[in-house]
Design a protein around this ligand. Sequence first.
Ligand SMILES: [Zn+2]
Length: 368
Amino acid sequence: MGKFSLEETVKYNKSGPARYCCRTDVWKEAAMILPSFGKRAVVSGGTRSRASIREKLFPALDTAGIQYVVNGFSGESSMNNVKKILDLCEEFKPEFIIGTGGGKSIDTAKYAAELYNIPIVTVPTIAATCAASSNQIIVYSDEGEYLENIYPKTNPPLVLVDPEVIVDSPQGYFISGIYDSLAKWYEGSASLPGSDNSDIFDHMALAVAGMLKAQMYEKAVSAVRSMKEKTVTQDFIDVVNLNIYTASTVQALGIKAVRNGIAHSVQNGLTLLEGSHDVTHGEKVAYGIGVQLMVLESPREELEELFGFYRSLELTPTFKGLNLEFTDDNIKKVAHKAVNDVLMRAKPFDVISEEMMCSAIHKLENYC
Ligand SMILES: [Zn+2]
């Protein structure tokens, strides 16, 4: 199996999905658009995601006269899982791949499509990440260890989102996506001013991230309530779009200087702790945003705004609140991994020491 690689600069190209459709009657439209990709497809996704669209996607494929085979995804977006899809492609000779589910399943399908050189259509069935519309793929080992980011030639040309499917998905994923999207603003607004290679696209990215933050503060609580009540409201659809489309736009526009920083490095540090696997990625990032505000000595109003928002979503951003043991050893582990993260070794965060990080962690624990 070949390995995909592009020149480093290609990841800086500005991109977005060619067609992003999010509405409850998206399947009628899908039946009309999908034939333009061909008559044969591999559909790849986990059991839960495929079940959630069984009565929707598959009838649309039948209506469109598209023959398909199904690949059952489980585990990580690892090369072995990519290879499984490629083996199926060798046998079935599809003209496109449909990736369903969450980030890991969709990234696996995206990578297989890239290597097999056919288009990928994504059908996110949770709204936890922007993987469905983004121009990057995160590769893990089979054991779940992060390996690398891959930048395919294009974003997925078609993204199909049915809010009725998302509203029935586990709420924890949706809330995780809210925190992860919110981090775009906090991390970007901290990284851009000190960056030495920003361009106009980074400034656009930050403007979009600012809008994302304002909309999230206004609508996230109501969107989560809709999910509890299993009702699709406009606020709910707006937050789904913020989590998937807007987050991927900020990522594509701001890849040079509006990027992950302190919050994601702290989340990477937290992954070392026992019990952290029961905490979602977004909750760990939310905690990381809190540490960021402490380490950068952000004004009190900013702390109150953020922690008030967390309270309204019933999150206590502390070790205790995340059910992690607040010991010196654990604090040092997190701080050590965080400051040595590649994101933190670049400007403007390279001045943050392990001691500063430990003290920020203490401050946050006492503040909340
Ligand atoms: Zn993230």
